[in-house]
Design a protein around this ligand. Structure first.
Ligand code: PMV
Length: 317
């Protein structure tokens, strides 16, 4: 029996697609990274009566939560059912620093943190397979047909080399450099952008196929640059990928502006990340000072938030 002082915590982090978005839909590889700079914490504590949710979107009873939280409601119901316990008597607080719909895996990360918190709360163990199973239930409601990439990355600690039809391959990242992420403040448009690339493929088959397969080769080259710890080469590859994504018509003026600003301010390369048409850009810098300078200039040029993330050679940032 839970007492009123019991509290359980679950955490998770965001994700960044380094390279390979859109082409990954056509079985080309993609590389995605865990992004601990943007994270989420879910706290559960025992209360009397109906369960309550506190989040930046909604404060109120679980029963009256809006449809946008249906994925989380479903997780709570499913897990409580699996543990044969009541869904009432919990105060669930969601503290997320991951902006939603920016291609940073916000929904999968919140689901991961919630699933972990519920398992701690009910003092149950949670295997990776079971965690992925529950995240998938949530992501199907939030996104329809998730590739599973967000689930893997937001719940795992290692970068992933991902090909849709294969088991994801994790690898160690030890690159001497920094990644800057900057949010345009605009929601990404995953569904529309993916549909438009499919239309483009019908209309201009040869050119579009070439762009997609070239993005695949750039992803393979990026993996090699990572293995050689060659941040300059990696930067050049990312900038080329942005040009291809722009040719696929998934960039927009704000993303292009932030990419141009980053390059002008000394970034080794920059691109949009995720579906495009909004969301975030990423850029690379050799030193943390350069990264902070670029982040500051991005804020002056329209970004609403920036993050600086070490690519592994210096774990302190
Ligand atoms: O912006 P996000 O995180 O939803 O990423 C979309 C990535 C795409 O390659 C455009 C679509 C997909 O399903 O992989």
């Amino acid at each position: 029996m839970k007492t009123l002082s019991d509290q359980a915590i679950g955490t998770a982090h965001g994700k960044i697609i380094l390279i390979g978005e859109h082409s990954v839909v056509y079985n080309e590889p993609a590389i995605a990274l865990p992004f601990p700079a943007a994270n989420v914490e879910v706290r559960i504590k025992a209360i009397d009566g109906e369960s309550q949710i506190h989040s930046s979107y909604y404060d109120g009873s679980l029963a009256n939560a809006p449809d946008s939280l249906n994925n989380l409601k479903k997780i709570i119901e499913t897990i409580c059912q699996d543990f044969s316990v009541s869904t009432s008597g919990m105060q669930i607080e969601i503290l997320s620093l991951i902006p939603p719909e920016r291609g940073m895996g916000s929904s999968a990360a919140v689901a991961t943190a919630l699933i972990r918190a519920l398992h701690h709360y009910f003092e149950q163990s949670l295997s990776t397979d079971l965690l992925l199973h529950y995240i998938e239930i949530s992501e199907k409601i939030a996104h329809g047909n998730p590739s599973g990439l967000d689930a893997r990355i937001t719940s795992g600690t290692k970068p992933v080399f991902f090909v849709k039809t294969k088991e994801p391959e994790t690898f160690d990242l030890q690159v001497s450099g920094y990644l800057i992420a900057a949010d345009t403040g605009l929601k990404g448009q995953t569904r529309e952008a993916v549909q438009d690339v499919a239309l483009l493929l019908k209309k201009s088959k040869r050119k579009t196929k070439q762009l997609l397969s070239s993005l695949g080769s750039l992803t393979n080259q990026a993996k090699q640059a990572i293995e050689r710890d060659d941040i300059s080469a990696l930067g050049t590859i990312l900038s080329k990928a942005h040009q291809h994504l722009s040719d696929l018509n998934v960039s927009n003026a704000q993303l292009d502006r932030l990419v141009c600003t980053a390059i002008k301010q000394g970034a080794l390369g920059a691109k949009l990340t995720g579906s495009g048409r909004g969301g975030c850009v990423i850029a690379l810098a050799k030193t943390v000072e350069q990264a902070r300078h670029i982040a500051k200039e991005l804020m002056k040029n329209g970004a609403v938030e920036t993050w600086v993330h070490s690519l592994g050679a210096d774990k302190h940032e």
